[in-house]
Design a binder for this molecule. Structure first.
Ligand SMILES: [Zn+2]
Length: 131
């Protein structure tokens, strides 16, 4: 249980799935190639982050549903299509956050399924790639 709590906290803090401490993002939407702490390469293989689309989908649907229900409650005379279209406006600022969290959530889920598989790099390799 303590491990799960630590992992969830590292997801909230957008941290590395291996050491749970290194920052995944160097900038607002710029990712580090490797973990600055443990040196693990974040993109395990080409196309690796396609899996983050699943997390992105569920995060987006959750947020959009909340806005849709709020707008539908505030403006009951509007059609569903109008409410859905207007719900996109307050949703838009969340897009960068969804991008960041979907990648980190995907990496943690993948890491949970197969730790230290393809993504493990030696200290030498990681220092060459990360610095
Ligand atoms: Zn790390």
């Amino acid at each position: 249980m303590k491990r799960l709590g630590r992992r969830l906290l590292s997801i909230l803090r957008l941290r590395c799935p291996r050491c749970l401490d290194g920052k995944v993002f160097a900038g607002f939407v710029t990712m580090n190639l490797c973990c600055p702490r443990c040196g693990v390469r974040f993109e395990r293989e080409p196309g690796y982050f396609l899996g983050s689309l699943y997390a992105s989908y569920f995060l987006s649907v959750g947020i959009l549903t909340v806005f849709y229900l709020l707008i539908s409650a505030l403006f009951p005379h509007w059609s569903s299509l109008q409410a859905a279209a207007v719900a996109l406006v307050p949703y838009a600022p969340f897009i960068p956050l969804i991008y960041r969290y979907s990648r980190v959530i995907w990496m943690h889920i993948d890491w949970w399924g197969k730790p230290d598989a393809e993504g493990k790099t030696t200290a030498m390799e990681s220092s060459e790639r990360c610095r």
